[in-house]
Write a protein that binds this ligand. Structure first.
Ligand code: AMP
Ligand code: MG
Length: 338
């Protein structure tokens, strides 16, 4: 979604570094391979180290297939997806048993909805459609459109039954939208698929999110190069070396509607029905990309200061960096960890 976060894998001076790493001396020499895969409205980029091109291709193909499977289940753009079919049952008083992956993502979403008192809410779909159209047409939505959509939004109207992993949507026209979390889940699953092919040194990016497996041979981590544009248009770079963690970025930089001097984002506050207007950029570093993705959006909804304070209180061990504008000046809170 955001093309700001780009990565550069370091071409290490292996000959110089190898003597420091005894494990590397016993391993077959690994080569770096790169693949890309368009899906979920973005481009997934896979970098990995494998013994040869056959192993690399098999691992990458498994990752691509897994990303496609998750999209087929969780896309709200595809009318045939499991998620869209579930949304169609809303208001019918029927509970529908869902697949294991969809259950896992919906349960994690619901847990965060409770924790954030509805700032993060995947039942936001009806409002997402209103704002997507508004952004596309560059026209503010009518108040009546927003109030109608709000009737179909609210995490308390989504009932999850753990006993049979079923979901009941208790208002008509509810539309689930996993746009804030499914990409992260897909990244985690893509890494697992790669690891099943005995490849552990991999980095996968999808839009502004990434997940890192083990570090490249002889290196402490994958070098990720985070580019930041402040609301004033200044470019900032953060260089990090990461392994076995995920970083997700959320923000309103590209997708917004300008009206009356305000920028209304595609990120919506479900409690008001309005696109958020603070234009903050939020990056969260977490053990899984699903968690990083969801938390980054949650902070975006709560607003930069409130959201960052909330994270520090509720997720002490999870680093985040938040950039925004306050009284005409760019402000940055927090930092990511190497
Ligand atoms: P992200 O880029 O991960 O921050 O996700 C943004 C997307 O999440 C939007 O384009 C919507 O599809 C969806 N979304 C918008 N507002 C919310 C919200 N309050 N809670 C959960 N998902 C949201
Ligand atoms: Mg997100």
């Amino acid at each position: 979604m955001y093309r700001l976060l780009t990565t550069m894998a370091l071409y290490a001076f292996a000959a110089l570094l190898l003597p420091c790493f005894t494990a590397a001396q016993t391993e077959a020499p690994l080569k770096r391979f790169a693949f890309s895969h368009p899906q979920m409205g973005t481009l997934f980029n896979i970098s990995l180290y494998a013994a040869d091109s056959t192993q690399a291709r098999k691992a990458a193909d498994a990752a691509k297939a897994r990303i496609d499977e998750i999209n087929n289940s969780m896309s709200d753009y595809m009318p045939t997806s499991e998620l869209s079919k579930l949304s169609l049952t809303s208001g019918s008083k029927k509970a529908v048993t869902v697949s294991e992956p969809l259950w896992l993502v919906l349960s994690a979403s619901q847990e965060l909805a409770v924790q954030t008192k509805g700032a993060f809410d995947v039942t936001v779909g009806a409002l997402s459609k209103v704002w997507r159209k508004a952004i596309r047409q560059k026209t503010m939505p009518a108040k009546s459109e927003i109030s109608t959509a709000r009737k179909s939004v609210g995490y308390k109207k989504m009932q999850l039954n753990a006993a049979d992993k079923s979901v009941q949507l208790n208002a008509p026209n509810m539309q689930l939208d996993l746009g804030a979390i499914a990409k992260g889940y897909a990244l985690d699953e893509a890494l697992k698929a790669i690891e099943q092919h005995q490849v552990s040194r991999a980095l996968i990016q999808g839009g502004g999110d990434l997940v890192a497996g083990d570090a490249p041979p002889g290196q402490p981590g994958w070098q990720i190069f985070a580019k930041w544009v402040t609301p004033q248009g200044q470019l900032r770079d953060t260089l990090l070396q990461v392994k076995r963690c995920a970083v997700a970025t959320s923000g309103a930089l590209y997708r917004f509607l300008e009206s009356d001097g305000k920028r209304f984002s595609h990120i919506i506050d479900p409690r008001t029905g309005m696109g958020v207007t603070h234009a903050a950029m939020v990056s969260v570093q977490a053990p899984t990309a699903m968690q990083a993705d969801a938390l980054a959006t949650a902070i975006s909804v709560m607003g930069p200061r409130k959201g960052f304070a909330w994270l520090q209180k509720n997720y002490k061990a999870i680093p985040a960096i938040v950039t925004f504008q306050e009284k005409g000046k760019p402000v940055q809170l927090g930092k990511l960890r190497e």
